[in-house]
Design a protein around this ligand. Sequence first.
Ligand SMILES: Cc1cc2nc3c(=O)[nH]c(=O)nc-3n(C[C@H](O)[C@H](O)[C@H](O)COP(=O)(O)O)c2cc1C
Length: 203
Amino acid sequence: MTSALPSAPAFGAALAIAPRPDVLDFLALRRSAPALTLTEPGPTASQLDDMLRIAARVPDHGKLAPWRFVVLAGDAKDVFAARLDAMAQGRGDAVLAAKLGKLKAPPLAVAVIASPKPGAIPEWEQVLSAGAVCAHLLQAALAMGFGANWITDWYSYDPEAVSLLGLAENERIAGFVMIGAAREAPLERERPAPATLVTHWTP
Ligand SMILES: Cc1cc2nc3c(=O)[nH]c(=O)nc-3n(C[C@H](O)[C@H](O)[C@H](O)COP(=O)(O)O)c2cc1C
């Protein structure tokens, strides 16, 4: 199957800046779908490739690509969830086990790994870029008509759980982007009024 995206521009190609009202409509109304409502079918391999291509096209100081993806799908995702389940059961922690529903329900989970590189670019900026990757992956999935949700939960922080993904010492999980068909339209949640967030600096 071929990509539904425009082909990747050649290095140095001029990319026109122009109004995109369709994009503004999308951004003004976009909404994550609760992970528990995500079901089959998930994206095809080609759709996933497109999403990851968009996700990797984020502002990235120094062109370091300080992030990477671990795709969890099908039987492999079931095994990953089962291992986390065994961990939770072994600790006798029903809350941890229950949280795994958000991982088990969606057909696809993409772990975005912040993988900062040594050098002049502050690690903080590299981690911010990993957050942007999560957001762009989320928006790409939504714009393709899938439900999606950016989840961390305990298995992004628990050392034993994190070890299942084979992270290097300096790497951290920026989030799991859960993706699938949304069984129902998500309801709008409360949003902050921008005016409450804004001050204007004066000298
Ligand atoms: C870094 C990060 C981690 C999150 N982790 C969780 C989580 O573990 N569980 C959860 O229910 N929501 C989590 N959320 C919230 C959802 O991703 C999402 O922001 C919320 O459902 C509202 O989504 P929307 O503004 O896209 O509609 C997290 C959000 C961020 C930014």
